[in-house]
Design a binder for this molecule. Sequence first.
Ligand SMILES: [Zn+2]
Length: 374
Amino acid sequence: MEKIMPVNQTEEKIRINKSELERKCRYDIDKENGFKDRKRLNIKLSDSLYRLGEKDRADRCRSCGTPIWYEAVYKDGVFSRGKFKSAWFCEDRLCALCSWNKYRKMRKNLSDIVDYLYNDTEEYSFILLTLTVSGRITGENLNSEYDNIERAWTALRKSKEFNSFSLGFFKATEITVNYGELKNRLIIYHPHIHAIVAVKKDSYRTQGECDILQKTLTSAWGRITGKYINPDKGVNVKPVAEGTEDYSELMKQTLETAAYVGKGDINDKDCKEYTKIFSQQNAVIDSTVSTLSKVLKNRHAMAMGGVFQKARKELKIERMDDCKDVEELAGTTAEDETAEINTLNGVVRKAIVQFQWYNSMGGNYVMTNVELVD
Ligand SMILES: [Zn+2]
Protein backbone atom coordinates (compact mmCIF):
# COMPACT_ATOMS: atom_id res chain seq x y z
CA MET A 1 0.00 0.00 0.00
CA GLU A 2 1.26 3.47 -0.94
CA LYS A 3 2.14 5.29 2.23
CA ILE A 4 2.25 9.00 1.38
CA MET A 5 -0.20 10.56 -1.08
CA PRO A 6 0.18 14.26 -1.95
CA VAL A 7 -3.10 15.93 -2.92
CA ASN A 8 -3.15 19.34 -4.65
CA GLN A 9 -5.58 21.84 -3.23
CA THR A 10 -6.02 25.50 -4.10
CA GLU A 11 -4.66 26.91 -0.84
CA GLU A 12 -2.26 24.37 0.55
CA LYS A 13 -0.95 20.92 0.03
CA ILE A 14 -2.38 18.26 2.29
CA ARG A 15 -0.25 15.20 2.70
CA ILE A 16 -2.21 12.17 3.65
CA ASN A 17 -0.50 9.51 5.65
CA LYS A 18 -2.77 6.62 4.74
CA SER A 19 -1.78 4.30 7.54
CA GLU A 20 -2.29 7.08 10.08
CA LEU A 21 -5.72 7.80 8.61
CA GLU A 22 -6.59 4.12 8.73
CA ARG A 23 -5.54 3.92 12.38
CA LYS A 24 -7.78 6.86 13.19
CA CYS A 25 -10.84 5.08 11.77
CA ARG A 26 -9.89 1.77 13.34
CA TYR A 27 -10.59 3.08 16.81
CA ASP A 28 -14.28 3.33 15.92
CA ILE A 29 -14.39 0.09 13.91
CA ASP A 30 -12.66 -1.96 16.61
CA LYS A 31 -13.78 -0.25 19.82
CA GLU A 32 -16.25 2.65 19.84
CA ASN A 33 -18.87 1.06 17.59
CA GLY A 34 -17.27 -2.39 17.61
CA PHE A 35 -18.28 -2.99 13.99
CA LYS A 36 -15.51 -5.55 13.45
CA ASP A 37 -16.69 -8.02 16.10
CA ARG A 38 -20.32 -7.45 15.14
CA LYS A 39 -19.60 -8.04 11.44
CA ARG A 40 -17.91 -11.34 12.38
CA LEU A 41 -21.12 -12.41 14.13
CA ASN A 42 -23.17 -11.16 11.17
CA ILE A 43 -21.11 -13.43 8.85
CA LYS A 44 -21.85 -16.39 11.14
CA LEU A 45 -25.58 -15.60 10.86
CA SER A 46 -25.23 -15.39 7.08
CA ASP A 47 -23.39 -18.78 7.01
CA SER A 48 -26.18 -20.31 9.08
CA LEU A 49 -28.87 -18.89 6.77
CA TYR A 50 -27.10 -20.44 3.75
CA ARG A 51 -27.08 -23.81 5.53
CA LEU A 52 -30.78 -23.38 6.28
CA GLY A 53 -31.46 -22.73 2.57
CA GLU A 54 -32.42 -19.07 3.02
CA LYS A 55 -30.16 -17.79 0.26
CA ASP A 56 -31.73 -14.34 -0.32
CA ARG A 57 -31.75 -13.46 3.36
CA ALA A 58 -28.19 -14.77 3.71
CA ASP A 59 -27.01 -12.61 0.76
CA ARG A 60 -28.68 -9.51 2.21
CA CYS A 61 -27.11 -10.16 5.57
CA ARG A 62 -23.66 -10.62 3.99
CA SER A 63 -23.87 -7.20 2.30
CA CYS A 64 -24.69 -5.52 5.62
CA GLY A 65 -22.15 -2.88 6.70
CA THR A 66 -19.76 -3.29 3.74
CA PRO A 67 -18.50 -1.07 2.31
CA ILE A 68 -18.52 1.30 5.24
CA TRP A 69 -17.52 4.99 5.08
CA TYR A 70 -15.73 7.13 7.64
CA GLU A 71 -15.07 10.83 7.76
CA ALA A 72 -12.00 12.50 9.26
CA VAL A 73 -11.57 16.27 9.51
CA TYR A 74 -8.22 17.86 8.60
CA LYS A 75 -6.84 20.52 10.90
CA ASP A 76 -3.37 21.84 11.75
CA GLY A 77 -1.69 19.23 9.59
CA VAL A 78 -3.42 16.20 11.11
CA PHE A 79 -6.68 14.33 10.68
CA SER A 80 -9.20 13.99 13.48
CA ARG A 81 -10.31 10.57 14.62
CA GLY A 82 -12.56 8.97 11.96
CA LYS A 83 -16.28 9.24 12.54
CA PHE A 84 -18.77 6.78 11.08
CA LYS A 85 -20.43 8.36 8.04
CA SER A 86 -22.58 5.80 6.25
CA ALA A 87 -23.18 2.21 5.24
CA TRP A 88 -26.06 0.04 4.09
CA PHE A 89 -27.59 -2.09 6.85
CA CYS A 90 -29.72 -5.23 6.35
CA GLU A 91 -32.03 -4.71 9.37
CA ASP A 92 -32.33 -8.47 9.90
CA ARG A 93 -33.85 -9.21 13.32
CA LEU A 94 -30.89 -11.47 14.18
CA CYS A 95 -28.06 -9.33 12.75
CA ALA A 96 -25.55 -8.30 15.43
CA LEU A 97 -24.45 -5.25 13.43
CA CYS A 98 -28.02 -3.95 12.99
CA SER A 99 -28.91 -4.78 16.56
CA TRP A 100 -26.28 -2.26 17.68
CA ASN A 101 -27.80 0.48 15.50
CA LYS A 102 -31.33 -0.36 16.64
CA TYR A 103 -30.24 -0.41 20.26
CA ARG A 104 -28.69 3.07 20.01
CA LYS A 105 -31.67 4.43 18.12
CA MET A 106 -34.06 3.00 20.68
CA ARG A 107 -32.02 4.42 23.54
CA LYS A 108 -32.08 7.87 21.95
CA ASN A 109 -35.82 7.86 21.17
CA LEU A 110 -36.86 6.41 24.48
CA SER A 111 -34.69 8.78 26.48
CA ASP A 112 -36.14 11.72 24.48
CA ILE A 113 -39.63 10.55 25.46
CA VAL A 114 -38.72 10.06 29.11
CA ASP A 115 -36.94 13.41 29.17
CA TYR A 116 -40.00 15.08 27.65
CA LEU A 117 -42.35 13.49 30.18
CA TYR A 118 -40.07 14.27 33.07
CA ASN A 119 -38.95 17.80 32.21
CA ASP A 120 -41.62 19.33 29.99
CA THR A 121 -44.67 18.07 31.82
CA GLU A 122 -43.17 17.59 35.31
CA GLU A 123 -46.09 15.26 36.06
CA TYR A 124 -44.43 11.85 36.16
CA SER A 125 -42.02 9.58 37.91
CA PHE A 126 -41.05 6.17 36.53
CA ILE A 127 -40.85 2.58 37.63
CA LEU A 128 -39.31 -0.43 35.98
CA LEU A 129 -41.32 -3.63 35.61
CA THR A 130 -40.09 -7.10 34.61
CA LEU A 131 -42.49 -9.98 33.98
CA THR A 132 -41.43 -13.56 33.46
CA VAL A 133 -43.00 -17.00 33.31
CA SER A 134 -41.30 -20.07 34.69
CA GLY A 135 -41.05 -23.42 32.96
CA ARG A 136 -38.72 -24.95 30.43
CA ILE A 137 -39.61 -23.54 27.05
CA THR A 138 -38.03 -25.36 24.09
CA GLY A 139 -37.94 -24.47 20.39
CA GLU A 140 -41.08 -26.53 19.83
CA ASN A 141 -43.29 -24.56 22.19
CA LEU A 142 -41.60 -21.13 22.05
CA ASN A 143 -44.10 -19.85 19.48
CA SER A 144 -47.17 -20.66 21.58
CA GLU A 145 -45.49 -19.49 24.82
CA TYR A 146 -44.58 -16.20 23.16
CA ASP A 147 -48.26 -15.79 22.18
CA ASN A 148 -49.28 -16.60 25.74
CA ILE A 149 -46.98 -14.02 27.32
CA GLU A 150 -48.14 -11.35 24.85
CA ARG A 151 -51.80 -12.13 25.53
CA ALA A 152 -51.12 -12.06 29.26
CA TRP A 153 -49.44 -8.66 28.93
CA THR A 154 -52.50 -7.27 27.08
CA ALA A 155 -54.76 -8.60 29.83
CA LEU A 156 -52.50 -7.21 32.56
CA ARG A 157 -52.37 -3.70 31.16
CA LYS A 158 -56.18 -3.68 31.00
CA SER A 159 -56.51 -4.94 34.59
CA LYS A 160 -57.61 -2.75 37.50
CA GLU A 161 -54.38 -3.56 39.35
CA PHE A 162 -52.26 -2.15 36.52
CA ASN A 163 -54.42 0.88 35.89
CA SER A 164 -54.36 1.79 39.56
CA PHE A 165 -50.77 3.08 39.10
CA SER A 166 -49.90 3.23 35.37
CA LEU A 167 -50.30 6.43 33.36
CA GLY A 168 -48.52 5.00 30.35
CA PHE A 169 -45.89 2.43 29.47
CA PHE A 170 -43.22 1.34 27.05
CA LYS A 171 -42.64 -2.41 26.89
CA ALA A 172 -40.36 -4.76 25.00
CA THR A 173 -40.42 -8.54 24.85
CA GLU A 174 -36.98 -10.08 24.94
CA ILE A 175 -35.94 -13.68 24.35
CA THR A 176 -32.78 -15.06 25.88
CA VAL A 177 -31.32 -18.47 25.02
CA ASN A 178 -29.95 -20.99 27.50
CA TYR A 179 -27.57 -23.74 26.38
CA GLY A 180 -27.17 -25.31 29.83
CA GLU A 181 -29.06 -28.45 28.83
CA LEU A 182 -27.35 -29.09 25.52
CA LYS A 183 -26.10 -32.51 26.73
CA ASN A 184 -29.77 -33.52 26.78
CA ARG A 185 -30.08 -32.02 23.28
CA LEU A 186 -32.29 -29.25 24.62
CA ILE A 187 -32.13 -25.52 23.88
CA ILE A 188 -34.14 -23.57 26.45
CA TYR A 189 -35.69 -20.19 25.61
CA HIS A 190 -36.72 -17.53 28.06
CA PRO A 191 -39.18 -14.93 26.75
CA HIS A 192 -39.84 -12.11 29.20
CA ILE A 193 -41.12 -8.56 29.30
CA HIS A 194 -39.38 -5.36 30.38
CA ALA A 195 -41.47 -2.23 30.79
CA ILE A 196 -40.91 1.32 31.94
CA VAL A 197 -44.11 2.69 33.42
CA ALA A 198 -45.01 6.34 34.07
CA VAL A 199 -46.59 6.89 37.49
CA LYS A 200 -47.87 9.98 39.26
CA LYS A 201 -44.97 12.27 40.18
CA ASP A 202 -43.26 11.38 43.45
CA SER A 203 -45.22 8.14 43.88
CA TYR A 204 -43.48 4.73 44.17
CA ARG A 205 -40.18 6.44 44.91
CA THR A 206 -38.97 3.92 47.47
CA GLN A 207 -38.22 0.21 47.08
CA GLY A 208 -40.63 -0.40 50.00
CA GLU A 209 -43.59 1.07 48.07
CA CYS A 210 -42.52 -0.86 44.97
CA ASP A 211 -42.39 -4.12 46.99
CA ILE A 212 -46.06 -3.69 47.89
CA LEU A 213 -46.94 -3.07 44.24
CA GLN A 214 -44.85 -6.11 43.29
CA LYS A 215 -46.98 -8.35 45.54
CA THR A 216 -50.21 -7.06 43.97
CA LEU A 217 -48.86 -7.55 40.45
CA THR A 218 -47.49 -11.02 41.24
CA SER A 219 -50.96 -12.24 42.15
CA ALA A 220 -52.53 -10.49 39.11
CA TRP A 221 -49.89 -11.98 36.79
CA GLY A 222 -50.50 -15.44 38.29
CA ARG A 223 -54.27 -15.12 37.83
CA ILE A 224 -53.88 -13.96 34.21
CA THR A 225 -51.24 -16.48 33.09
CA GLY A 226 -52.86 -19.32 35.07
CA LYS A 227 -49.39 -20.32 36.19
CA TYR A 228 -47.55 -20.43 39.47
CA ILE A 229 -45.49 -17.26 39.74
CA ASN A 230 -42.40 -17.41 41.89
CA PRO A 231 -42.92 -14.54 44.39
CA ASP A 232 -39.20 -13.66 44.27
CA LYS A 233 -38.57 -13.94 40.55
CA GLY A 234 -41.81 -13.79 38.51
CA VAL A 235 -42.53 -10.07 38.79
CA ASN A 236 -40.04 -7.36 39.64
CA VAL A 237 -40.83 -3.71 40.38
CA LYS A 238 -38.12 -1.08 40.90
CA PRO A 239 -38.21 2.69 41.15
CA VAL A 240 -36.17 4.48 38.47
CA ALA A 241 -33.65 6.60 40.34
CA GLU A 242 -34.75 5.75 43.86
CA GLY A 243 -34.38 8.60 46.32
CA THR A 244 -32.40 10.80 43.91
CA GLU A 245 -32.95 14.53 43.87
CA ASP A 246 -30.03 15.55 41.67
CA TYR A 247 -31.35 16.07 38.14
CA SER A 248 -28.31 14.91 36.16
CA GLU A 249 -28.06 11.72 38.22
CA LEU A 250 -31.78 11.15 37.78
CA MET A 251 -31.52 11.53 33.98
CA LYS A 252 -28.46 9.28 33.88
CA GLN A 253 -30.34 6.53 35.68
CA THR A 254 -33.40 7.09 33.52
CA LEU A 255 -31.24 6.74 30.41
CA GLU A 256 -29.70 3.52 31.65
CA THR A 257 -33.16 2.20 32.41
CA ALA A 258 -34.47 3.31 29.01
CA ALA A 259 -31.65 1.42 27.32
CA TYR A 260 -32.41 -1.67 29.36
CA VAL A 261 -36.11 -1.58 28.53
CA GLY A 262 -35.30 -0.89 24.88
CA LYS A 263 -33.88 -4.40 24.52
CA GLY A 264 -36.31 -5.91 22.07
CA ASP A 265 -35.58 -9.31 20.47
CA ILE A 266 -31.97 -9.83 21.46
CA ASN A 267 -30.60 -6.32 20.98
CA ASP A 268 -27.93 -6.67 23.62
CA LYS A 269 -25.50 -3.82 23.70
CA ASP A 270 -22.51 -5.88 24.79
CA CYS A 271 -23.25 -8.52 22.18
CA LYS A 272 -23.10 -11.24 24.85
CA GLU A 273 -26.24 -13.02 23.66
CA TYR A 274 -25.10 -13.10 20.01
CA THR A 275 -21.61 -14.21 20.98
CA LYS A 276 -23.15 -17.02 23.05
CA ILE A 277 -25.36 -18.18 20.17
CA PHE A 278 -22.74 -17.98 17.42
CA SER A 279 -19.96 -19.67 19.38
CA GLN A 280 -21.96 -22.94 19.44
CA GLN A 281 -21.55 -25.81 16.97
CA ASN A 282 -23.21 -25.28 13.57
CA ALA A 283 -26.15 -27.61 14.26
CA VAL A 284 -26.97 -25.70 17.48
CA ILE A 285 -26.56 -22.30 15.78
CA ASP A 286 -28.86 -23.40 12.93
CA SER A 287 -31.51 -24.71 15.32
CA THR A 288 -31.46 -21.43 17.31
CA VAL A 289 -31.51 -19.23 14.19
CA SER A 290 -34.35 -21.23 12.68
CA THR A 291 -36.44 -21.15 15.90
CA LEU A 292 -35.93 -17.43 16.57
CA SER A 293 -36.56 -16.50 12.93
CA LYS A 294 -39.94 -18.26 12.96
CA VAL A 295 -40.97 -16.77 16.28
CA LEU A 296 -39.92 -13.19 15.51
CA LYS A 297 -41.39 -13.11 12.00
CA ASN A 298 -44.28 -10.62 11.75
CA ARG A 299 -44.15 -9.81 15.44
CA HIS A 300 -43.36 -6.52 17.12
CA ALA A 301 -41.22 -6.80 20.20
CA MET A 302 -42.18 -3.31 21.37
CA ALA A 303 -45.34 -1.46 22.26
CA MET A 304 -46.31 1.67 24.13
CA GLY A 305 -49.43 3.28 25.49
CA GLY A 306 -50.85 6.21 27.46
CA VAL A 307 -48.56 9.19 28.00
CA PHE A 308 -45.64 7.44 26.25
CA GLN A 309 -47.66 7.25 23.05
CA LYS A 310 -48.75 10.88 23.40
CA ALA A 311 -45.15 12.02 23.91
CA ARG A 312 -44.03 9.99 20.91
CA LYS A 313 -46.58 11.79 18.71
CA GLU A 314 -45.59 15.14 20.18
CA LEU A 315 -41.92 14.46 19.39
CA LYS A 316 -42.81 13.10 15.92
CA ILE A 317 -40.93 9.84 16.39
CA GLU A 318 -41.97 7.43 13.66
CA ARG A 319 -39.97 4.29 14.19
CA MET A 320 -38.46 3.57 17.56
CA ASP A 321 -35.66 1.34 16.28
CA ASP A 322 -34.27 1.21 12.78
CA CYS A 323 -30.92 1.74 11.07
CA LYS A 324 -31.74 5.12 9.51
CA ASP A 325 -29.65 8.23 10.30
CA VAL A 326 -27.46 6.24 12.64
CA GLU A 327 -24.47 8.47 11.80
CA GLU A 328 -26.09 11.06 14.07
CA LEU A 329 -25.70 8.65 16.95
CA ALA A 330 -21.96 8.16 16.42
CA GLY A 331 -19.29 9.73 18.62
CA THR A 332 -18.93 13.50 18.41
CA THR A 333 -15.17 13.74 17.91
CA ALA A 334 -15.18 14.75 14.24
CA GLU A 335 -18.29 16.87 14.62
CA ASP A 336 -16.79 18.94 17.42
CA GLU A 337 -13.66 19.59 15.43
CA THR A 338 -15.72 20.56 12.39
CA ALA A 339 -17.47 23.26 14.39
CA GLU A 340 -14.14 24.57 15.59
CA ILE A 341 -12.49 24.57 12.18
CA ASN A 342 -15.45 26.43 10.64
CA THR A 343 -15.00 29.34 12.96
CA LEU A 344 -11.23 29.40 12.32
CA ASN A 345 -11.05 29.84 8.56
CA GLY A 346 -14.39 28.96 7.03
CA VAL A 347 -12.94 26.05 5.03
CA VAL A 348 -13.30 22.42 5.99
CA ARG A 349 -11.42 19.60 4.43
CA LYS A 350 -12.37 16.07 5.14
CA ALA A 351 -11.14 12.69 4.12
CA ILE A 352 -13.84 10.17 3.24
CA VAL A 353 -12.37 6.77 3.96
CA GLN A 354 -13.90 3.59 2.60
CA PHE A 355 -13.49 0.14 4.17
CA GLN A 356 -14.62 -3.23 2.83
CA TRP A 357 -15.08 -6.47 4.67
CA TYR A 358 -12.78 -9.36 3.80
CA ASN A 359 -13.45 -12.79 5.21
CA SER A 360 -9.90 -14.12 5.33
CA MET A 361 -7.97 -14.43 8.62
CA GLY A 362 -11.14 -14.48 10.76
CA GLY A 363 -12.54 -11.49 8.89
CA ASN A 364 -11.69 -7.80 9.07
CA TYR A 365 -12.34 -4.42 7.48
CA VAL A 366 -9.68 -3.32 4.97
CA MET A 367 -9.23 0.30 3.87
CA THR A 368 -10.01 0.41 0.12
CA ASN A 369 -10.28 4.10 -0.80
CA VAL A 370 -9.56 7.64 0.41
CA GLU A 371 -11.18 10.72 -1.08
CA LEU A 372 -10.50 14.34 -0.04
CA VAL A 373 -13.44 16.74 -0.03
CA ASP A 374 -14.00 20.36 0.98
ZN1 LIG B 1 -27.44 -6.13 9.41
